[in-house]
Design a protein around this ligand. Structure first.
Ligand code: ASP
Length: 472
């Protein structure tokens, strides 16, 4: 690669360099013209004077044109030093300059933080919005955070395993997005609400420590700060108890914050563990905001909420539903482990059962959840029955998991912190769209690609589908 970063110029005084980037702005002083050249690393000042053979050509250059510059790095004279710019002590004197691409004027200003601009326009031209420094910083810091997590987990024996996107319904409490099969007309794949069943099956495979920076897709009713797809740090571990999972997450987050966000202060270490009952009784919420000073943008109050109830009554469907998901291990109210008693409670008093679920919260947001799982097929089947499924349905939907558990299954548990929320909090952003490269609107639309969109008649025919009640 011939291109060097603009920022590198400051150490190359006297050298000829080849630079590429966008023209941020132009200051034309008649006989001398200054261009600010922007690349991802920052800005460097380009000087063009009349000694340049194509001086008149410079006058054609417009902001946001993409250019190539060959020039010599020189020190600025002392009164021209800009102390606010990392490259403020140097400039690059042009020897050759090429316009690689012209630019029309942009639909909005990209030099500001952008909060003042109508979000619909920002999202329609997201590729331009992302030229904004704040959003570039968010993407770079998201990358650094995920890289930290990948390295942290890898150093502790975890491996990242990809799991399918075309799969079958897995209940995480939302509706599935479905994909029609062309080859098997009338049959559908479901997009994963999470890799939950796959990661548990990987424990049956003996992988022991799994993680994945995983995309999850849930067809929920649009709500401002929800996205139809979001990213989780999905983790599953064999031979662990609750505290093993919580300690891993606690240490990983403390180290990530202290390394990447040294200005942030963690309110309490180790993170407090509250039971669900305590959280509700004392704070009136299962995701309490434990900050000492909620006005301080640099305070992070992490906590774990444990001992959730196993089931909640769904009045609309007149049935019990799992508070977390059905794979979570139910627990007797007094914490004892007795299979016969557990089966009896499942039969007669499901509302009294607690579970091995834990939630991870920060500053009043739920930023993750997980549990120790049920590995006993009898209990798993019973849980599905409590939730209103008959035996036939259970084996149709979950036979693979129940069968898998018959071939030797290590005790296991896991968790899945959500990346978008965490990045939103770490970057002090008002919503998760600011930390996602190409988000949907709060109403679930992609204004740039214009999706969702119609299929052609041919596509529908090929899939054996007919659209009723098209709402445009
Ligand atoms: N699959 C769960 C979720 O998405 C997380 C877990 O139980 O590990 O919330």
């Amino acid at each position: 690669m011939k291109k060097i970063w603009n920022l590198e110029c400051k150490n190359l005084i006297g050298k000829t360099v080849e630079l590429y980037g966008f023209v941020e702005n132009i200051r034309d002083h008649g006989k001398i013209v200054f261009l600010d050249l922007r690349d991802r690393s920052g800005i460097v000042q380009i000087v063009v004077d009349q000694s340049f053979k194509n001086f008149h050509q410079i006058k054609q250059i417009k902001p946001e044109n993409v250019i190539k510059v060959i020039g010599e790095v020189q020190e600025r004279s002392p009164h021209l030093i800009n102390p606010n710019l990392p490259t403020g002590r140097i400039e690059v004197k042009v020897k050759e300059l090429f316009v690689l691409s012209k630019a029309e004027s942009l639909p909005f200003d990209i030099s500001t933080d952008g909060y003042e601009i109508d979000e619909a326009i920002r999202l329609k031209y997201r590729y331009l919005d992302l030229r904004r420094k704040r959003l570039q910083k968010n993407l770079i810091n998201r990358h650094k955070f995920l890289l930290f997590i990948r390295n942290y987990l890898t150093a502790r024996g975890f491996i990242e395993v990809e799991t399918p996107i075309l799969t079958k319904s897995t209940p995480e409490g939302a509706r599935d997005y479905v994909v029609p099969s062309r080859i098997y007309k009338g049959k559908f794949y479901a997009l994963p609400q999470s890799p939950q069943q796959y990661k548990q099956l990987l424990m049956v495979s003996g992988i022991e420590r799994y993680f994945q920076i995983a995309r999850c897709l849930r067809d929920e009713d649009p709500r401002g700060d929800r996205q139809p797809e979001f990213t989780q740090i999905d983790i599953e571990m064999s031979y662990v108890e609750r505290e093993d999972v919580l300690n891993l997450i606690e240490e990983m987050f403390i180290e990530a914050v202290e390394t990447l966000y040294p200005n942030k202060k963690i309110t309490q270490k180790p993170f407090p563990r509250l039971t669900y009952e305590e959280a509700i009784r004392i704070y009136g919420s299962d995701k309490p905001d434990l900050r000492k000073n909620p006005d301080d943008p640099n305070e992070l109050a992490f906590a774990f909420v444990i001992d959730f109830p196993m089931f909640e009554w769904k009045e609309t469907e007149k049935r019990w539903d799992a508070v977390h998901h059905p794979f979570t291990q139910p627990k007797l109210p007094d914490g004892r482990k007795d299979k016969e008693e557990l089966l009896e409670f499942l039969d007669k008093n499901p509302e009294l059962l607690l579970s091995e679920q834990y939630d991870f919260v920060c500053n009043g947001y739920e930023i993750g959840g997980g549990s120790i799982r049920t590995t006993d097929p009898d209990i798993l089947v019973k849980v599905f029955e409590v939730m209103g499924n008959n035996k036939e349905e259970i084996f149709k939907k979950f036979g693979h998991l129940i069968n898998a558990f018959k071939y030797g299954v290590p005790p296991h548990g896991g968790i899945a912190p959500g990346v978008d929320r965490i990045m939103m909090i770490l970057e002090n952003e008002p919503n998760i769209r600011e930390v996602i490269a190409f988000p949907k609107t709060g109403e679930g639309r992609d204004l740039m690609m214009d999706s969702p969109s119609e299929l052609s008649e041919e596509q529908l025919k090929e899939l054996g589908l007919k659209v009723e009640n098209e709402n445009k």
